[in-house]
Design a protein around this ligand. Sequence first.
Ligand code: CAA
Length: 383
Amino acid sequence: MLYQTTEQHEELRNKIRAFAEEEVKPIAFMLDKNNDFPYDMVKELAKMGMMGIPYEKKYGGAGLDVISYAIAVEELARVDGGAGVILSAHTSLGTYPIYAFGNEKQKKKYLVPLCKGEKLGAFGLTETNAGSDAGGTETTAVLEGDHYVLNGGKIFITNAPIADTYVIFAVTTPGIGTKGISAFIVEKGWEGFDFGDHYDKMGIRSSSTAELVFNDVKVPKENLLGNEGQGFKIAMATLDGGRIGIAAQALGIAQGAFEHAVEYSKERVQFGIPIAHQQINSFKIADMATKLRCARFLIYSAAELKGHHEPYGMESAMAKQYASDIALEVVNDALQIYGGTGYLKGMEVERAYRDAKICTIYEGTNEIQRVVIASHIIGKPPK
Ligand code: CAA
């Protein structure tokens, strides 16, 4: 499938790029250094109508397509990898399951404020013993009268503890594997819902990541998302879309590092000519540009399939795996072009080098992406 961005897509890109350059870039180093969350950026994105890009206007969204959403994540990540994932985790992971599986009452109560950016969303799937093997969820939700009692914990949750609304996966019927998992909408502030440490991460330090702890949290029955036992499929379907966001984040980080490296290589003179024109570097630049273009095609084509309600799980896994793999190569080459200067704190390529790594790990490691891609082609292994 081919994709072509429209004039509207490019207008949106220009708008987000201008915002990112003016409002995010000047504070990116400070956010990274201090592990600070960009509250004002999120408020501004909400004012711009960018916290619910691919959702219908009737729910407070912008009513734009999935490519528009990918472009927005890409443009934020181009100046700050953490900024990209804040929008991606909110839009794809915190908001999508309520949009796709919520009933109208849940949508009115939770989806609308998320799309308007009045509330920030998050997604709680990963646990200490359930990372790649998400079906190994141990958090439990036991029905008692008109509410479920939630016990357990989640780790590595993007947007926690800042987020207000959490989609949480827990076992409602033990002993039957993935079919025993259900999804719930859980609000920050409910009794027994606490947060663990805010992680001190290697990169994407402007995004906030924390543990969730549930001690006898009473979740009203009406906050069950979909049906009991549908949770694992909700999680998997959500991650299919989330992977487009992470792919776009990886692309944006790599694109930013690439642009810096190109500029630097044109200015830096060694052996009497700009290093850009030494073939070792010009070939590097050509390869980086080619990889970025391939990643962009993969991402926008997966986004287009999703937007057209066609199957896209394999394509989004390919986009996430490829974009994040090449992002590591591109940031590495960018830093190599800078030489020792790029190794210094305060250099964009140094931050991009650290920011890019997580994209090969979260929303399914790139090994899991290959499991997903292969299973679409050859089916699951025989039992
Ligand atoms: N959509 C809908 N249903 C799906 C699905 C999908 N994409 N993928 C699988 N399913 C269904 C299957 O059809 C199956 O249904 P039946 O039982 O009715 O046949 C059921 O789910 C179980 O599927 P599998 O047997 O394939 O499940 P599995 O236990 O073998 O796991 C896996 C498959 C792909 C490895 C999965 O566990 C997985 O994706 N793991 C990675 C988890 C992950 O990505 N975590 C990221 C956390 S969020 C995060 O990282 C965010 C952040 O920080 C920013």
